[in-house]
Design a protein around this ligand. Sequence first.
Ligand code: HEC
Ligand code: HEC
Length: 231
Amino acid sequence: MFKQFISLIFLVFLLTMSVCFAEQETEQESADAAVEIDLDLGEEINEVCAGCHGEFGQGGKAGEYPRLAGLPAQYIIQQVKNFKSEKRKNMPMRPYANDRELPDEDIPSIAAYLSQIKLTSKMPEFDENTSAYEKLLIAKKVFNIARVEGDVELGKELYVDDCKLCHGKNGKGKEGSETPPLSGQYTEYMTRQIKHFATGERWHEYAEDLFEEMEPEEIQAIMAYLSTTDD
Ligand code: HEC
Ligand code: HEC
């Protein structure tokens, strides 16, 4: 009898252990699934984003909607999470950046999709074999920031002194960093962000030192310089 009792206890013990292991495994599986990147899913989600940010993430309406194409995936992920938590306020995106419309596990896929879109700043040379349709497709991905009036030399000096360390040489950003490139981004959009940094409406490292005392002509000069960096 005692022997039977012991084996029953042992059996229960084994069963509990196996259930525990099984649970651990499914937890592990869903953790793996959470970081899985699915570019097809990204493309599908982008149909929603495209309504404002454009088919190729090129942004639009003169900088009301920022360019997303080519931004570091980590940066896009972080910003979308900031919109969700409202750490960064964004009224237009409120209906799209919430758990129902954009669950956390989908964010890496849309970020990776947007990040790998390459826009060119110049129309390439075509030979006679290029069809009109191909030309049209390529033309849609040509994107160049219009030159901005202002003191380009001063802007470059200010940029090199105060911004280059993080935003990289010529505003190109840094590979694998969470800091966005500034080259190829809309002037109007960036000027608006800088105002938000100065008032604290949006967070930026050292915003007080960098932006609160900045004169409008200095912002203009930095924008003039940056507008030359994607030609
Ligand atoms: C209804 C219009 C609208 C839609 C749809 C929309 N966005 Fe936006 N998005 C905006 C606006 C406006 C801003 C700029 C907010 C600001 O000025 O700070 C923005 C900013 C962003 C930024 C910040 C870019 C940067 O350089 O910091 C990211 C990332 C972004 N959107 C991702 C997305 C993704 C991903 C989707 C699709 C799931 C999406 N947006 C759909 C309007 C929209
Ligand atoms: C210490 C590093 C650092 C320095 C120095 C710095 N930045 Fe930034 N900047 C960042 C980071 C990180 C972000 C992203 C902030 C966030 O997470 O929302 C950013 C964001 C921005 C954005 C918003 C871009 C976008 O796509 O929304 C602008 C514009 C900008 N910085 C301009 C500047 C300018 C101009 C200077 C120099 C006067 C400067 N920054 C200096 C790190 C830096």
